[in-house]
Design a protein. Structure first.
Length: 336
């Protein structure tokens, strides 16, 4: 299993570059930047790191065709890919907070993701490229300047239709917050779909996006994990039902706005939600603890590796540089 990190897209290009070079020195495979409403452009923000690094891969999470045409995603991806000599990657998803803020309807979501992934994958690998989809089209796209090896194209996928799309067209999938059991099921489903489409299972990448809060100060880690727990998979009942009753899930859903607000307010409790439920969500949906909990964290990652996960992308918040050092020195060697 290889380890990736996800850093805050609101950080400056200088900060991103420093963290990326630190990650490269510590054996981390890739660094990702999320495409947030209040963040910086992920491709532009990687330009300096692309020039200064030599091994680490870099990419954007998760772009979508609601807010930008697949051609524009392709152009930005290929441009970064040239700067870093073929180490750029991208995740294609179905849209999130940016699409909601722009008040764009989530219409034909599966079709949008499928055509976007087909377009970007084809346009970065085929010369010349023509595409005649229901939603997106291009005629004779042939950028002569794009000479680096083609970038990897992933699809953000947890559920059956998206998993099938991934197997049909992508180089890999990025899941999020999946347990060992759900990860096993997803890997097996995708492998079956790959065979259905006549594709080899060799080389297909299975990545699981997970939040990392392992700090020297265990209490600080637990507080921060609770503050940000609203950004994990709380609304996905099929995931929550693995460790929570229907009644407990109803309590969480009834307080979703207040749970989200904890991050902005810097709080870690919600009136009406028992602390034990927030603690349970942290335990089951994040990697959280002190340095003394590292064996447990590594053990969980090893379980994911055993069921076929080939990469994990660890989202970093406070203490990003210190976290990269811990991950590089203790997690990366343990999972090779």
């Amino acid at each position: 299993m290889e380890i990736d990190v996800i850093v805050d897209s609101r950080q400056s290009q200088k900060q991103i570059t420093e963290l990326g070079l630190l990650a490269e020195r510590h054996g981390i495979r890739a660094i990702w930047n999320s495409s947030y409403l209040d963040g910086r452009d992920p491709f532009t923000n990687f330009a300096e790191l692309a020039r200064e690094s030599s091994r680490i891969h870099m990419g954007a999470i998760a772009l979508n065709a609601y807010e930008q045409h697949p051609f524009r995603i392709t152009m930005s991806l290929l441009t970064l890919n040239e700067i870093c000599d073929g180490r750029a990657e991208v995740i294609i998803g179905g849209g999130g907070e940016v699409v909601m803020a722009l008040d764009i309807p989530f219409e034909r979501r599966v079709r949008v993701v499928r055509e976007c992934a087909e377009f970007v994958k084809g346009a970065t690998a085929e010369r010349p490229f023509n595409y005649n989809g229901e939603l997106y089209k291009v005629i004779n796209y042939n950028p002569q300047w794009a000479t680096a090896p083609a970038p990897a194209v992933y699809v953000a996928a947890n559920r059956p239709q998206m998993l099938r799309i991934s197997a049909r067209v992508a180089d890999g999938i990025m899941m999020s917050d999946l347990s060992t059991n759900l990860s096993r099921n997803a890997v097996n489903d995708v492998r079956a779909h790959l065979k259905e489409f006549g594709r080899s299972t060799d080389g297909f990448r299975f990545n699981n996006f997970m939040a990392w809060y392992v700090y020297e100060d265990r209490e600080e880690a637990l507080r921060e994990a609770k503050q940000w727990i609203g950004f994990r998979a709380l609304f996905r009942k099929y995931m929550m039902s693995e460790f929570m009753t229907d009644e407990e899930f109803d309590i969480i859903m009834a307080h979703i706005p207040q749970i989200y607000e904890m991050a902005a307010k810097g709080t870690y409790s919600v009136e009406g939600v028992p602390d034990r439920l927030l603690d349970l969500c942290v335990e089951k949906l994040t990697l959280t603890g002190g340095l003394g909990d590292l064996d447990k964290v590594i053990g969980h990652l090893q379980e994911l590796k055993d069921v076929g996960i080939t990469e994990v992308a660890l989202e970093l918040r406070t203490h990003a540089a210190e976290s990269i050092k811990i991950i590089g020195e203790q997690v990366v060697p343990a999972l090779r």
